[in-house]
Design a protein around this ligand. Structure first.
Ligand SMILES: Cc1cc2nc3c(=O)[nH]c(=O)nc-3n(C[C@H](O)[C@H](O)[C@H](O)COP(=O)(O)OP(=O)(O)OC[C@H]3O[C@@H](n4cnc5c(N)ncnc54)[C@H](O)[C@@H]3O)c2cc1C
Length: 380
């Protein structure tokens, strides 16, 4: 057993820690206010070779492991969770399904621009009537000669405005009421494909969340990703990896909230003492630090299992569930420790709470994680 990061992981952590402090964090309050997408940060991440981090070098990636991906996602999210979710979705939802299930030709055509940062990665699963019950997909991809013709819509899709293509689920056949759900890669500039970017969100304001509408969108049949009828399973496999990203985001937000709370508690004086001299504040901070430590270990363990090629569905669900719930708790306590100042945007901790809430919802709600864990531990 060895809890040390490898030399490469330590180097990535140091580099991303500095990048997050110097480049990502300084504009986070302003981006939260203006909702400006962090495109300049991503240009720099492309130059640093981070956009294809865990993908093979032959496709323009860096050939790093899932633990390194978790480290980068945590560090970016510590500075700005909107930047963190953009990165996490780009890699684990956009690039991963093409890497896992794409043909050689699809990887060259669609994974390479994701690795170089020429395209952002995105993933279209959720629909107005198919959220937790993702099998309830209603979008159709009907065969017409050498093409699929896609009709329907998707909601809450991250990064689509900045993606040149994305994989989505659609019904390719429906026999005796049994749906055949497949994954299809669709270029975002295809005729009949509309991307609407006008959600008013609670948090993650600088991330891109969109609604997609497909009106007779034609794509060649060669854009089928993997086998016909395998789309739903492929997306569940993809989500296992994505949950490591959400867990890492949660650890990053929680760490940022803790750091600010600790600093503030040592500066603020009431009753002639700093807040950190009151035992109740010390106990709050001790609990926060312990929960962050545990959440990070759970994220690293799930990533490590993935890197070993071992099953990690249960650990990914557990780390996502635990880390997102403690991120909410830690952000809430950080506001409490700041008192009235914590309620003000300038002190940032209120943003951490708003941003963290999505982590209990996206890529499977906390209830869905408990359902996945219950199945994994043998309840069914
Ligand atoms: C900012 C943001 C970004 C997103 N990005 C993407 C993306 O890039 N791609 C994508 O495909 N999707 C994306 N999503 C969608 C997200 O994954 C869904 O919102 C999520 O899976 C929940 O689905 P829903 O919103 O339809 O809620 P519902 O499924 O309607 O759930 C509502 C409530 O009911 C509970 N519930 C549902 N079924 C059960 C059950 N069987 N037992 C107990 N409780 C249950 C849920 O846990 C939840 O509390 C994003 C969402 C947001 C908000």
């Amino acid at each position: 057993m060895n809890f040390d990061l490898t030399d490469e992981q330590q180097m990535i952590k140091k580099m991303m820690r500095e990048f997050s402090d110097e480049v990502v964090a300084p504009g986070a309050i302003e981006r939260d206010r203006t909702k400006e997408f962090p495109i300049e940060i991503f240009k720099q991440l492309s130059q640093m070779g981070m956009m294809g981090l865990p993908f093979p070098e032959e496709y323009g990636g860096a050939g790093a492991d899932a633990t390194s991906f978790a480290i980068v996602t945590e560090e970016l999210s510590r500075g700005c969770a909107s930047t963190g979710i953009t990165y996490s979705a780009h890699i684990s939802l956009g690039g991963a399904p093409i890497h896992l299930f794409g043909t050689e030709e699809q990887k060259r055509k669609y994974l390479m621009p994701i690795c170089t940062g020429d395209s952002f990665g995105a993933f279209g699963l959720t629909e107005p009537n198919a959220g937790s019950d993702a099998g309830g997909t209603q979008t159709t991809a009907k065969e017409d000669g050498d093409h699929f013709v896609i009709n329907g819509s998707k909601v809450y899709i991250t990064n689509a405005s900045y993606a040149k293509h994305l994989a989505l689920t659609a019904i390719t056949a429906n026999e005796n009421g049994k749906k055949e759900i497949s994954a299809v890669i669709v270029p975002t500039d295809a005729e009949g494909f509309t991307i609407i970017d006008n959600y008013e969100k609670m948090g993650l304001h600088a991330s891109n969340t969109t609604e997609l509408v497909f009106d007779n969108v034609r794509v060649p049949k060669e854009n089928l990703l993997g086998k016909r009828g395998d789309g739903f399973r492929q997306f569940l496999v993809t989500l296992d990896g994505g949950r490591i990203g959400i867990g890492a985001m949660a650890v990053g937000i929680a760490q940022a909230a803790f750091d600010r709370a600790l600093k503030y508690s040592k500066e603020r004086k009431q009753f002639g003492k700093t807040l950190s001299e009151f035992q109740i504040t010390q106990f709050k901070l001790a609990d926060m630090a312990m929960k962050i430590e545990l959440a990070r270990n759970m994220v690293y363990k799930a990533a490590w299992l993935k890197d070993q090629g071992r099953p990690f569905t249960k650990e990914a669900a557990m780390c996502k569930l635990y880390a997102s719930e403690i991120a909410m708790e830690v952000a809430d306590q950080a506001i409490q420790i700041h008192g009235g100042y914590g309620y003000m945007k300038e002190y940032e901790v209120e943003r951490y709470l708003r941003d963290a809430k999505l982590l209990e919802i996206g890529e499977g709600t906390s209830e869905v994680q408990r359902m996945v864990i219950a199945r994994q531990i043998g309840c069914l």
